[in-house]
Design a protein around this ligand. Structure first.
Ligand SMILES: [Fe+2]
Length: 475
């Protein structure tokens, strides 16, 4: 074990590609649960160089394929151009996180993607995503890599960054995405674009940001797109010293930006707000002339592995994230934006019923520490928050288990919001991180798992995951 599980994500190296047919199940797989739970995380192909950070491991994708009450498990490394080049010479060739100046000359011109952050389905593919690079396409069923640099048939440039957190439009099914540093390494350009279900690029615009920030996630509503720009900024001096791409620069400002979908981007407004951090969107929508952007927000640097530019030590309390609602007026002037803390739960990796990515929604799901007994490095509970009642329900795992980011699976295509199952992996801290898949009734989390799918080994590392319904598999 090289790394411990931390709040909802696991950076524990595995290295092995695993197939398990007919996993043992404790309990019963619900009859109306059929599909695939995919996830990805960094699993270093070769040991990380001194000074490198756990975010830089090669992407390792896994799926729990659930059909007819049975569960098959499979995991595969993503064969990125970086992975394949390193595999040929059996050593690391890109030794520092998003710092190409230290790369071996032999990899010049290759994609630096690790494809380790998130996965989504597109047609018969799984797209493995890393925000500094294009997607890598895997076969939906076998997880074999079919296209290391996926450009939607040449519609996106080969060096077009693609966010790890695209949204699926709740009305059209289009993938709405963006890429920052879009005009090359260190550029202040953001490309925003939309891909329809047939894979055609149907819209694109280019905008600029006030400074080069890590724009990890964004918000999409029916008619608008919003960004939250935080002081996690590019640090050229640090890179010249052989360090990583980012540092936390507390002297930089925080901005909320919003613009129209399908416009040319010239309407983009950046609104300055109080200094904050945080990475992930829970949900977003517009209603009554206002845009609501629900996300995790920290008071300062959210990442212990990313240096503070002023050399100050990481402040765990200031880096702890809670769900907030940001609000802007879509019509008229904004002298600032509203910011309201929603719940007392520590929530770095919140998720929603993904059918509601771009429209009003009620529920959120997350792994979090027990609010009565927080252990910062471990997600010990699964929670559902209810915006209508501003309440939450919890299931608390045994103390020896840590929980990964969950996904929501609806009971039927037309199930009402939140009517379905919550699926998440638990790592047993007292069993060398041997893992189980937990299945809970999303409307009754407090009852605990209705089924536990047992793996004989550690699950591959995970940051984010995605649920593919049975009806979304091509025939
Ligand atoms: Fe993320």
């Amino acid at each position: 074990m090289t790394q411990n599980p931390v709040l909802g994500a696991t950076y524990a190296s595995l290295r092995a590609e695993v197939d398990v047919r007919d996993c043992p199940v404790d309990g019963r797989i619900p009859e109306n649960l059929s599909g695939g739970f995919y996830a990805v995380g960094p699993d270093p192909q070769y040991p990380l160089a001194p000074g490198n950070i756990p975010f830089d491991g090669e992407g390792h994708v896994r799926v729990f394929r659930i059909r007819n009450g049975r569960v098959d498990y499979r995991s595969r490394y993503v064969r990125t151009e970086r992975y394949l080049a390193q595999d040929r010479v059996r050593r690391s060739l890109m030794p520092m996180y998003r710092n190409p100046s230290l790369d071996d000359p032999s990899v010049q011109g290759l994609s630096r993607s690790t494809a380790n952050t998130h996965v989504i389905q597109h047609q018969n593919l799984i797209l493995a995503l890393k925000e500094d690079s294009p997607p890598t396409a895997l076969d939906l069923n076998t997880l074999e890599t079919v296209e290391p640099v996926y450009t939607f048939g040449g519609q996106l440039p080969r060096d077009q960054p693609f966010t790890a957190h695209p949204k699926v439009c709740s009305r059209t099914g289009n993938i709405v995405a963006f890429g920052y540093e879009a005009r090359g390494f260190g550029s202040d350009s953001i490309a925003v674009f939309e891909i329809d279900k047939q894979g055609r690029k149907v819209w694109g615009a280019e905008v600029r940001m006030p400074y080069v920030s890590s724009v990890h996630d964004f918000a999409v509503t029916e008619n608008h797109i919003a960004f939250f720009l935080i002081p996690l900024a590019i640090d050229p001096e640090q890179m010249r010293r052989g360090g990583i791409h980012w540092s936390w620069d507390k002297d930089k400002k925080t901005f909320l930006g919003f613009m129209r979908r399908y416009g040319d981007g010239t309407d983009l407004q950046w609104i300055e707000g109080p200094a904050r951090g945080g990475s992930h969107t829970l949900g977003a929508f517009e209603d009554g002339g206002k845009l609501y952007f629900d996300r995790e927000v920290t008071a300062a640097n959210p990442y212990s592995v990313i240096p503070n530019k002023d050399g100050a030590p990481y402040d765990a309390a200031a880096g702890t994230s809670y769900l907030h609602r940001l609000t802007v007026n879509l019509n008229g002037r904004n002298s600032g934006y509203g910011i309201e803390k929603l719940y007392p739960l520590i929530a770095p990796l919140p998720r929603q019923d993904d059918r509601y990515n771009t429209v009003p929604y009620r529920y959120g799901f997350m792994g979090c520490p027990d609010p009565a007994d927080p252990v910062r490095w471990k997600a010990a509970c699964y929670a559902r928050v209810d915006h209508q009642t501003r309440s939450y329900q919890l299931w608390k795992a045994p103390a020896t288990q840590s929980l990964g980011e969950p996904v929501f699976a609806p009971k039927r295509v037309d199930a009402r919001e939140g009517e379905g199952y919550l699926l998440g992996v638990t790592w047993h801290l007292d069993q060398s991180l041997r893992a189980d898949l937990l299945i809970l009734d999303a409307e009754h989390l407090e009852d605990g798992p209705i089924a536990t799918v047992q793996l004989p080994v550690q699950a591959s590392p995970q940051i984010h995951g995605w649920w593919v319904r049975e009806d979304q598999y091509p025939p």
